[in-house]
Design a protein around this ligand. Structure first.
Ligand SMILES: [Zn+2]
Length: 215
């Protein structure tokens, strides 16, 4: 557990770490792989470096990029009513509104469910790849990581899956609905994105990026 710091007068800002949950300030300490640093006030985990986490994030991020391709372009669902059936993909649904007033909406939908999660995965790979191979980071790796963090609230593949599931329950009473491979690909994506968020200790990553960039 990290000790809350009583006086801050002689402390430089880079020596401090703030709890993301309760804002308590602590003196930053080196935490070894396998150890955990918790907030002394609310016990939130502040640092938890794990061995092999960079390779794990790269593998998960690559899987997100590949799975996203099939999730968007493969058949998402088939709806059958009175002998007439229609199979559609997410891409086709988004572009069904590509004319007229709903065009900006279809672009935003595609962006938040497809572009942003894919872009975040690519940015993470860019920032972490050299570190995972014991090399200095690429130029602007910190900018890439900062951008990935900024885009996080706009990554809504999970919201899409939950929203669609609720809508399907409603539709199931009116028509016969068969789920296509893209639906399961989106479910897999939600799992991968969640695992990816928790695979890495952000504080350790920033520390490693700073240390590796130093000549
Ligand atoms: Zn706290």
């Amino acid at each position: 557990m990290m000790a809350a710091h009583p006086t801050l007068s002689n402390t430089r800002p880079e020596q401090l770490i703030a709890c993301p949950f309760c804002d308590a300030l602590h003196l930053r300490a080196r935490v070894k792989v396998g150890q955990r640093a918790r907030c002394s006030r609310c016990h939130t985990v502040l640092m938890a470096p794990r061995a092999g986490s960079y390779l794990q994030v790269i593998t998960l991020s690559l899987s997100v990029v590949i799975l996203m391709g099939s999730a968007v372009f493969f058949p998402f669902l088939t709806i059958a009513v009175a002998g007439v059936s229609r199979t559609t993909s997410v891409y086709e649904v988004a572009f069904a509104y590509s004319d007229g007033i709903l065009q900006p909406l279809s672009f935003v939908v595609l962006a938040v469910i497809m572009l942003v999660p894919t872009l975040r995965a690519a940015l993470l790979i860019y920032a972490i790849w050299p570190l995972a191979h014991g090399r200095p980071p690429f130029a602007r790796a910190t900018t890439a990581l900062r951008l990935a963090e900024t885009a996080r609230p706009w990554s809504m593949a999970e919201v899409f899956v939950f929203g669609t599931s609720v809508a399907l329950v409603k539709i199931a009473g009116l028509a016969t609905v068969s789920l296509g491979p893209a639906f399961w690909a989106f479910c897999g994506l939600v799992l991968l994105l969640t695992l990816n968020e928790h695979a890495i200790c952000k504080w350790t990553l920033w520390q490693d990026l700073e240390d590796s960039a130093r000549p």
